[in-house]
Design a protein around this ligand. Structure first.
Ligand code: FPP
Length: 245
């Protein structure tokens, strides 16, 4: 552990939940005159590094935007390569994740995943279910608006079935109907590669989240970059809409 890491840890104000929009794999590859998938493959290494760093820093929740609903519109070859990469990642990391006590969850329209990736994912979720060190949530075929619509649909069905009084629906019960029902809201949202957009990610959950955008492209994002994001977070004054004396 480096000096900077120790300094950040010593401040004590660590985020409980870090969410990441992993962007820039394509640009990283393009700069090297390589196909986009080369960037995704390199991005997978960043996923491994960041999970390891988060576990070492004792961050309890890490949520990664791995594949958006919009990503289905990419060329078929790229989508297939991403599915293959996901399967390969799962197969190569499973034992280590279990050993390190890392619990993997997945949210999104998981039934749309290619069966090879979906089945491997189900097995990974099951194999890591007892992990207590860090919960990694992979967002796959994920869209924030769809998540909210699905929660609204659940509430309406419960009301129609007489299980819920519409008057009892409040922010807390609604949050309990989202995919993230058992996760705290993110404290810090990191977006790589400089884009100043939320891109339909965790729309409900980021109401009070600190946003941190870095120009670093995802394949170049490493442990040190995560530590710097956390240091920036620690320098913010979180007021949640109130005033501090
Ligand atoms: C954004 O880069 C990244 C993605 C769409 C996919 C993220 C995938 C990985 C990091 C690798 C696999 C992940 C796991 C969990 C195994 P982009 O292609 O949008 O880059 P660009 O904006 O430069 O084109």
């Amino acid at each position: 552990m480096g000096t900077r890491e120790r300094e950040v840890l010593a401040r004590g104000d660590m985020p409980r939940h870090v969410a990441v929009i992993m962007d820039g794999n394509g640009r990283w590859a393009k700069r090297r005159h390589r196909p986009r998938i080369f960037g995704h493959r390199e991005g997978m290494k960043s996923v491994r590094r960041v999970i390891e760093a988060a576990a070492d820093l004792e961050i309890p929740y890490l949520t990664l935007f791995a594949f958006s609903q919009e990503n289905w519109k990419r060329p078929r070859a790229e989508v297939e390569a991403l599915m293959t990469l996901l399967k390969r990642y799962i197969d190569s990391e499973r034992d280590e994740l279990v050993e390190k006590g890392i619990r993997v969850k997945a949210i999104g329209e998981l039934d749309r995943l290619e069966p090879v990736a979906g089945d491997a994912l189900d097995r990974l979720i099951e194999a890591t279910a007892a992990g207590e060190a860090l919960t990694v949530t992979l967002c796959l075929s994920y869209g924030g608006r769809t998540e909210i619509v699905e929660a609204a649909r659940r509430a309406m069905k419960a009301a129609r079935a007489g299980e819920m009084d519409p008057e009892d629906l409040d922010e807390e019960t609604f949050a309990g109907l989202l995919y993230t029902a058992d996760l705290p809201d993110p404290d810090l949202l990191i977006r790589t590669s400089g884009e100043l957009r939320v891109s339909n990610f965790l729309l409900w959950q980021i109401a009070y989240t600190e946003l941190y955008v870095t120009d670093i492209l995802w394949p170049d994002f490493d442990r040190q970059a995560l530590v710097e994001a956390i240091a920036a977070y620690q320098e913010r004054e979180r007021r949640f809409g109130t005033v501090h004396a």
